[in-house]
Design a protein around this ligand. Sequence first.
Ligand code: GLC
Length: 628
Amino acid sequence: MPQSEHDKKLFELRFERSRSDLFDMLDALYGQLPSYAAFCEALAGVMAKAWADRPEDLKWLDMRRDLSPDWFQRPEMIGYVFYIDRFAGDLKGVLEKLDYLESLGVTYVHFMPCLKPRPGDSDGGYSVMDYRAINPGYGTMADFEGVAAAFRSRGISICIDLVLNHTAKEHAWAEAARKGDAEKRDYYLLFDDRKLPDQYEETLHEVFPDTAPGNFTFDKTMKKWVWTSFNTHQWDLNWANPKVFLEIAEVMLFLANKGVDVLRLDAVAFMWKRLGTRCQSEPEVHMILQALRAVSRIVCPAVLHLEEAIVGPAEMLPYLGRGRHDGKEGNLAYHNSLMVQFWSSLASRDTGMMTHVMNSHFPEVLTNATYANYIRCHDDIGWAITKADAEAVGLSDTAHRAFLSDFYEGLFPGSFARGELFGFNPETGDKRMSGSLASLAGLERAIETGDKVAIDRAVERIIMGHALIAGFSGIPLIYMGDEIATLNDESYRDDPDKRHDSRWIHRPAMDWETVARVGRKDDGSPEARVFHGVRLILERRRATPELHAAYPLRILRSPHPGLLTFVHEAPTGPLLCAFNFTENELALPGSWVLLQGAEGFHDALSDAPLRLVDGNIAMKPYESLWIR
Ligand code: GLC
């Protein structure tokens, strides 16, 4: 389509806006290479072409979002995460679930990996063999475009995964490399012998120590060692090669033009390698991500970048852009610490470390960025607790991590949880954890024993988890089934492609029968209580403008070790959020609440006045309050 003068001008303006964000990074990354000038020219061509191809309605969306850049920070944003096959069979089936999602108030959905994966075990779809095709089991790219348009018309944004660190070994680039194509060999990190790999291994960690130990895999055809940080079938890309940047930028814009709103950039921490380091979160990783962000801001500013870096608190923040690139790297990043600390506080009935971590690593306000908040997701939980953070509250990090693993595996005396070990590393003693929200929060055990009080407590813990992510700054992400308290599912053990990976225990198919049952009425069952509890929380979130993520969020020192408290400093007045992480009733002194700036005692979560007894607000076990 010939471009209008207006479109050309708009592109130029956006190019001007991000020129230095883009080229300063590229100069530093690739400027020394003889091919640099040709690379820059090719990149400019890719961007101009993608802009010319961008559908008219998406150009309007670009304009809309450029004019309201806080669109994703608003309390109306509510996310839901699902596997297409496990939620609805295929893409056409997803359309039939639109009403359900809308009834929950969802405005953002993450379709778990949906690009064409390698056959057989594909790490849940994260081993991609074609970035330009949809998983044939789900439908076609045309189906995807249709679904994206339908969701868009209902005000729901779509997030999909773009795996940046690796491709499947069956990807066309890898196939060509195996056949001897020298250019494509340079897309990956290949070694003739073990000399360098051994040197790197000295400081590298293992992602899947039990099922894919080591970081290199020998390829018999090429007779070379291939860098494989994750599984042996996932070949790490060589981001020091500008051709890789160019290819991925093109793919990114291709997907944006199909109607993707949010690109979840997978496993980004691992993208740059440096001898003598863990090869995670190296400065070049941020330079690449900032440059990719600049590319999107020029061609498709409607699109957000969600960076998946599951790292410790201090390491995570730069993924939201810091310093010169404040607000110009990831618009979203997973708040892994909030999730880890939730489970830690729940086990220990003490929020001391949580308060310390949130206070010492995270700023009160973020520019043009916010957190993707979750309590559970499709992955395991790694206990990302540093020595310094544990010691700051008088704990030993190793002992506390061991306690958490034992607690959530259900081994620790008095534990309510039922989880499954993941990624046990006998060398470091590191143990990660799989399990659904409901099972980890105690519902599975409680139902088995039939203990009514234990069931109540488990339901309350689940609901508090939902209230926490809905009441924090950012987009709450509900993982499919967690709104109906789905329990662990052992059936993955019967599937030879899955049995080695306990993460499948918390990835069962959606239980639509339960949805239908609890949707009809609250029959008092745990699933119904959770479902109606979640619905109410989300409804109240939408009605609570103080939760806008552009307002500062200040973590408070609580009057009781079992309470987590923070305040949203909204211009209309503060909103004080309090969460009781214990099974006991706790007294929240009314005078303390007033000292934090609250002007009254109205709970925005239940939309009811709070009753003071002897000057205290009595908080029930695991109760959440959003005091206005
Ligand atoms: C991300 C995904 C995880 C996957 C890994 C490798 O961490 O969330 O499921 O195994 O990347 O692609």
